[in-house]
Structures are given as structure tokens and as C-alpha cells.
Design a binder for this molecule. Structure first.
Ligand code: NDP
Length: 298
């Protein structure tokens, strides 16, 4: 099996390099790759890459993920998140490849408290969410063999993440203030990559058309950013890291306390029943992955 991975150095892309490696020949690209074009802003280039490699599976982990910047740079976000997935879909279809792609709970408007199901009506609140939704739609229209994994609150051990920021602030400040009216499940890039590898193994033997579609993929359980921060501080206190603050000095504040250019959904909960039923996979509790990541980085 030949797998072509775009976005090899992002949080998820990095973990995919590990999880996809045992499945066959893996060709990995980022925007700076020279032999083959991996720059999603070069629409002609990525189409040519697919036609030249003729992979069995394309995995696209590249995206314009700067949510606030997208508000003032909508054209680039649209090219990378909407047009490029469309080009990959068309090229995948032309060479008979599957396309595996990632999307986000930001395609929803974030109302209510019920975990979103795949078939729920969308209604993005920001440019990033709009462009990601359009990317989904283009893929569904142009490539019959696709898997779109919508996820939320992704962290990886490599690079910056919310937990690392909280750890640093907890060593610098007496008190922290963290938003407590946005809810979701912190989801590990390693978990997403492992789920992707399982899914790819299941689609390849053929006759997998029934598996085509969108899947919600997130860790089990839910919390707020405030709950997440408290968990991190609690873990670090128990581990004996020298902190200036403690879990009871992590103060809850509403989203309005931290205005941002892009509106964020209050409800980022994702219902993963379809993933569980279709692929027999069972997401672990979010605390398990976060504790593991904290152990790795401290
Ligand atoms: P990252 O921001 O860690 O990685 C995105 C990667 O895309 C980076 O390596 C970036 O490269 C690359 N990229 C950006 N623009 C281009 C371009 N023009 N050409 C090629 N590569 C480009 O994101 P994640 O790994 O966290 O996200 C993976 C997927 O999951 C994305 O589809 C994202 O929308 C989705 N997602 C992420 C969430 C999150 O909380 N992070 C939540 C929900 C969904 P460079 O570093 O050079 O800019």
C-alpha cells in the first residue's frame, strides 16, 4: 500500500508519520518539500503530486489552523482549507485513491449542550470554521472514497499546547483565570493518528464503501478550559513540580473576559457513537491522554 501524507510536521501529521509507517510505503510532505509539492496554497502543484505518486490513500493533515488570523486572512484560509481539499479530492478520484481528511467541531454553531452528531446541521461562527466546512463539502462532492474525521481541542506532546501554557503560567503566577463556558474534550494527536491508521486498515481491503463519510473522533468525557487547566495544575502539584499556584486558585471566567477576533463555539462536544459502531474503536477518557502527555513533557 502506498500512502501520501500532507502536513507531516503539524501536531497530527507528526504522529501520523509514526502510526502510518507500518502500513506500507509512506511518502511524507510539508509545504517546504522540494521533490514533490506539499504546499496546499499551490493548487496545481498538489494535484500534480497526487497524479505523479498515484497513492492508494492520501492523508491530509495540513490546514490553516490560525483561527484568529483567519479572520483577517480569509483568502489564504480559504485556499488551504477549502480549495486545496477540493483539489486533493479531484486528484484522488482520478487515481482511484481514498482521501482521509481532518475537520473540526467549529463547523457547528456551538449552541446547546448535546454532543454533536455527524448529521447535525452546521453553522460555523468564524472564517476558520466556514473554510473547514467548505473543505468537507468539496471532498464529499468530488471524491467518492473519503473519510473526514472531525475532532476538537487537539494537543500534541511536540510543539506548544494549552497544557504547556498552563504549566508555565502556574510557575509564574499566583492565580490563573481560565474560560469555563466552552466545553469539549482535549484530544491527543497520537490518539487521532492511531485511530486514522486503524481506519485506513479497515477501508483498504475493498468493499468498504459503506464506511465512506464523516466521523466524529474525540476523547471520551468532557470538560471546560477551566476544568482542563485545573486538571493540569492538580497533576503538576501532585507530581511535585514547583508551582506558584494551586488548583483552587484557578479562577473561572466567561468567554467574554478574553475577547478574540474569531468567535468560538461554547459547545464543542462530539458524539463518537458512529466511530465506535463502524470501526469498533473506543476513545479513552480525555484525562488519560492528557496525563500521559504531561508525563512525557515534564
Ligand atoms: P497544526 O497547526 O499543528 O498543523 C497544521 C499543519 O499544516 C502545520 O504543519 C502547517 O505547517 C501546515 N500548513 C499550513 N498551511 C500549509 C500550506 N499552505 N501547505 C502545507 N502545509 C500547511 O494542526 P493540527 O495538527 O492540530 O491539525 C490537524 C487537523 O486537525 C487540521 O485539519 C485541523 O483543522 C484539525 N483540527 C485541529 C484542532 C486543534 O485544536 N488543533 C481542532 C479540530 C480540528 P506550518 O507549520 O509550516 O505552518
Amino acid at each position: 500500500m502506498k500512502i501520501l501524507l500532507f502536513g507531516k510536521n503539524g501536531q497530527v501529521g507528526w504522529e501520523l508519520q509514526r502510526s502510518l509507517a507500518p502500513l506500507g510505503e509512506l511518502i511524507v510532505l510539508d509545504r517546504h518539500s522540494t521533490d514533490l509539492c506539499g504546499n496546499l496554497a499551490d493548487l496545481g502543484g498538489i494535484g500534480a503530486t497526487v497524479r505523479s505518486v498515484r497513492p492508494d490513500v492520501i492523508v491530509n493533515a495540513a490546514a490553516y489552523t490560525a483561527v484568529d488570523k483567519a479572520e483577517s486572512d480569509a483568502a489564504t484560509a480559504h485556499t488551504v482549507n477549502a480549495q486545496a481539499p477540493g483539489v486533493l479530492a479531484q486528484a484522488a478520484s482520478a487515481v482511484g485513491a481514498w482521501l482521509v481528511h481532518y475537520s473540526t467541531d467549529y463547523v457547528f454553531d456551538g449552541h446547546g449542550s448535546r454532543p454533536w452528531e455527524e448529521s447535525d446541521p452546521t453553522g460555523p461562527l468564524c472564517v476558520y470554521g466556514q473554510t473547514k466546512l467548505e473543505g468537507e463539502q468539496r471532498i464529499a462532492a468530488l471524491c467518492a472514497k473519503h473519510l473526514i474525521l472531525r475532532t476538537s481541542w487537539v494537543y500534541g506532546a511536540r510543539g506548544g499546547n494549552f497544557a504547556k501554557t498552563m504549566l508555565r503560567l502556574a510557575t509564574e503566577r499566583d492565580r490563573l483565570t481560565v474560560i469555563n463556558d466552552q466545553f469539549g474534550a482535549p484530544t491527543g494527536a497520537d490518539f487521532l493518528a492511531d485511530v486514522t491508521a486503524h481506519m485506513v486498515r479497515n477501508i483498504l481491503p475493498g468493499a468498504a464503501d459503506r464506511l465512506v463519510g464523516i466521523y466524529h473522533v474525540a476523547a471520551a468525557g468532557e470538560t471546560s478550559w477551566h476544568g482542563y487547566a485545573r486538571f493540569v495544575v492538580d497533576w503538576a502539584s501532585t507530581a511535585g513540580l514547583g508551582l506558584k499556584t494551586s488548583p483552587d486558585r484557578v479562577d473561572p471566567v466567561p468567554t467574554t473576559a478574553f475577547p478574540t477576533p474569531a468567535a468560538r463555539p461554547h459547545n464543542s462536544r462530539l458524539n463518537t457513537a458512529k466511530l465506535q459502531d463502524s470501526f469498533g474503536l473506543h476513545p479513552p477518557a480525555w484525562q488519560q491522554g492528557v496525563a500521559r502527555m504531561l508525563t512525557e513533557i515534564t
